[in-house]
Design a protein around this ligand. Structure first.
Ligand SMILES: [Zn+2]
Length: 468
């Protein structure tokens, strides 16, 4: 590939700083998002910027389905007849809310550059993505390096679980065409010195467990000991799915085997970086984490099922708690699933385990949330793509690529895999140590953004070259 005139900070820093000032919070966290219009503002700003760039055959539009967040759709024509096939790039421009107090001198909606990092909500997750994608193509065209047809899907509902992406994929299906390679620019990294590829993501099932025993709360002097407590019954039920002394999930349907190739890569990461998972946890002093070693925790975070209790109802706060035997207890359960576990099957197993034989004939019900998050595993790579990834990391960072897994979920990757049977997906990103994507003090490492942008350019060039 020819030498590229590509400098992320020179060309993207100022517009990215402006993007940070727009409070385009994802719909789940901003009930008034439609009236507020911040998602519209962000989409317009990003689209206008893209139009100013020197790309020969670029069409970019804001798509708008009623009641849905806007989607930025960009089509770029191939620069050579021999560069066949379509490559897609995915990113999103909606943001997480501020979440907690930011440190002295930092603010979610005021950009600050400090020590090579751009601070502000949405800088790294995932505002940089459109800039990286456009600058990569522009640099290739400037250098006269061929590229194939490219489409970009920059959506506005990712932080709410991407409910709007599929409807747009349906509407745009003809314009998108058949995809061969998708580069997802919304994933994580374990360090800032190379391209990190994601080999798997966990799935997610959330549900509400309700246990009812009385028509209304009663004096605990009268009912206590006579009426089985809804809280105790809930504990009993939860013991069916989770070992309360170890946290082990007890349902076979929620477990899966770690593939040998993934295991080998975890060993490499642990040998080099020690315990990156443990080091990122904000634990209180003295807390003993699960897992015996850094390697153990890498595998646990990526491949073990886990249960978090994320909400509870039917229990008053302590200030107003009287001597009452309460009528019911309701808990929100959030399960993370190994990448290869079928989320539908897992949900069914959870419901069956909890609803079977209600203790004491209590009213027990489980309601599974509609959006099931299917986990994802990167398919075995075609040889050309394996080589292209290596070259991409070398051209972006001067060193080899590494692979890791994410404990979180990007449900649409599995959906895309189902939609396009021959699609290869490369998931990468800039969210390394301390990027704090969903917490206070989110930051984008500008050198990392530059390296990833160069790597994207290299992948685009190799995709075009392999078609010849
Ligand atoms: Zn994101």
């Amino acid at each position: 590939m020819a030498e590229l005139d590509l400098d992320f900070t020179r060309d993207a820093l100022a517009p990215l700083e402006h993007y940070i000032t727009i409070p385009c919070i994802s719909p789940d966290y901003d009930a008034n998002w439609e009236q507020d219009g911040h998602l519209d503002s962000a989409a317009h700003y990003l689209t206008s910027w893209a139009k100013t760039r020197a790309i020969a055959d670029l069409t970019i539009s804001i798509e708008q389905l009623p009641g849905r967040t806007p989607l930025i759709f960009c089509e770029i024509g191939a620069t050579s007849d021999t560069a066949t096939g379509t490559l897609a790039i995915y990113g999103h421009f909606d943001k997480q809310p501020p979440l907690g107090n930011w440190s002295e001198g930092l603010d979610p909606f005021t950009p600050v550059v400090r020590d090579g990092k751009l601070y502000g909500r949405g800088a790294a997750d995932d505002g940089y993505s459109l800039f990286a994608a456009i600058l990569a193509v522009e640099a290739l065209e400037k250098a006269g390096t061929k590229h194939s047809r490219i489409v970009m899907l920059i959506e506005g509902s990712e932080e709410s679980g991407s409910p709007d992406l599929e409807p747009y994929m349906d509407v745009l299906s003809e314009r998108i065409g058949d995809l061969e390679l998708l580069i997802c620019l919304d994933s994580g990294a374990q360090s800032y010195d190379r391209l990190w590829l994601t080999q798997s993501l966990r799935g997610n099932v959330t549900c509400t467990l309700h246990v009812g025993v009385l028509e209304h709360g009663m004096h605990s002097g009268e009912a206590g000991g006579v009426v089985p407590s809804s809280f105790r019954i809930m504990r009993h039920l939860l013991d069916r799915i989770e070992d309360s002394s170890t946290g082990e999930i007890l349902l076979d349907a929620l477990h899966a085997q770690v593939p040998a190739e993934h295991q080998a890569r975890f060993v490499e990461v642990a040998d080099e970086l020690g315990d990156p998972v443990g080091e990122a946890i904000a634990s209180l002093e003295g807390l003993e984490l699960h897992g015996q070693s850094g390697l153990d925790r890498l595998i646990t975070q990526a491949w073990k099922p886990a249960l978090a209790f994320t909400g509870i109802s039917g229990i008053p706060s302590i200030e107003i708690a009287g001597n009452v035997l309460r009528a019911s207890t309701t808990a929100k359960l959030s399960f993370r699933l190994p990448p290869s576990v079928n989320a539908q099957v897992a949900a069914q197993a959870i419901v069956e385990a909890l609803e079977a034989d209600p203790p004491h004939g209590a009213l027990v019900s489980v309601k599974v949330d509609r959006a099931l998050g299917q986990g994802w595993e990167c398919k075995a790579l075609d040889p050309w793509l394996a080589t292209a990834i290596e070259e991409a990391s070398l051209s972006g960072f001067g060193r080899s690529a590494s692979w890791t897994s994410e404990g979180g979920s990007i449900p649409f990757l599995a959906q895309l895999g189902a939609r396009f049977s021959d699609l290869a997906i490369v998931a990468t990103g800039v969210l390394g140590p301390g990027a704090n994507a969903h917490g206070p003090d989110e930051s984008l490492d500008l050198a990392m953004a530059n390296g990833v942008t160069r790597a994207v350019a290299s992948l685009i060039a190799d995709f075009a070259a392999k078609a010849q």
